[in-house]
Design a binder for this molecule. Structure first.
Ligand code: FMN
Length: 247
């Protein structure tokens, strides 16, 4: 693959939150699962377990669990924003959370028992073990997402599943054993957006790359950083609004 082709592919992968309920062919789902199998993992421990949820009742129940958390705890905590962050997201400004009923929910979980395969140092330094485990699952998740994009599908993460209440309820619903940690859920299906998502704000290489050393003067000041954060978040707001329009 040529570099330009690869760059174009990476640049065109986006989060698509408007997903049609139409089912996906089984071969398509198999294809993106196959991509995930090849993701690099720390010390080749391959901790990921993928639970493909297509059953309509289970998807509906997961949606209810996630929406309930988003429409309660998420918005409740948003109301505690510091003033520099701008107005908090509220159901009035952003609409009540309404997870799309994509035809396939792929639950990416990690088998915590596989952590014993990490080097001994990870056993005695919990943070190191957690970091390798989590990063490995992140790689699998991103490979899935790229696989979906390559197949022309829309995908949206549902990271709210990391919150204890959501994690517990989803695990109980799907009958997952205690040793599984649910890392995230990727919703996959056909895009319901008529046009592609709007351009996204991306930090410049000049700002983010440092050569040999990275001394304090090369970084944004606290003030500049906060201004940038507000802009980047606003980009997200626009995309949420787009998704709403696409439904
Ligand atoms: C680790 C991670 C967690 C995310 N969690 C969610 C999520 O729970 N819900 C959601 O709608 N988007 C989620 N996103 C999507 C991001 O908001 C999105 O990737 C970001 O705004 C950049 O937009 P893009 O994916 O279109 O490039 C997540 C993305 C990442 C990388």
């Amino acid at each position: 693959m040529e570099y330009e082709e690869f760059l174009g592919f990476v640049k065109s992968r986006r989060t698509i939150r408007a997903i049609k309920p139409d089912p996906l062919p089984a071969e398509t789902v198999q294809k993106l699962l196959e991509v995930a199998r090849w993701a690099p993992t720390g010390f080749n421990m391959q901790p990921a377990e993928l639970i493909v949820v297509e059953d309509a009742e289970l998807r509906q129940k997961i949606k209810i669990i996630v929406d309930d958390y988003k429409n309660s705890d998420f918005f409740a905590l948003e109301a505690t924003r510091e003033s520099w962050q701008g107005s908090p997201w509220t159901p009035e400004t952003h609409g009540r959370w309404d997870t799309p009923l994509a035809p396939v929910f792929i639950v990416v979980a990690g088998d915590t028992r596989r952590r014993v395969g990490l080097p001994m140092v990870a056993r005695y330094c919990r943070q190191k073990g957690d970091s390798i485990f989590e990063s490995s699952l992140a790689n699998v998740f991103m490979y899935l997402w790229l696989g979906a994009h390559c197949l022309g599908l829309a995908a949206q993460p549902v990271s709210g599943v990391k919150y204890p209440k959501v994690q517990g309820l989803v695990k109980a619903l799907l009958g997952l054993p205690d040793f599984l940690y649910v890392y995230d859920i990727l919703l996959v299906g056909y895009s319901a957006m008529e046009e592609g998502p709007s351009a996204k704000l991306v930090r410049s290489l000049e700002e983010m790359v440092h050569y040999d050393r990275a001394e304090e003067g090369e970084f944004l000041s606290e003030e500049e950083l906060r201004r940038q954060i507000v802009k980047l978040r606003a980009g997200n707001v626009a995309r949420h609004a787009e998704a709403e329009r696409g439904r």
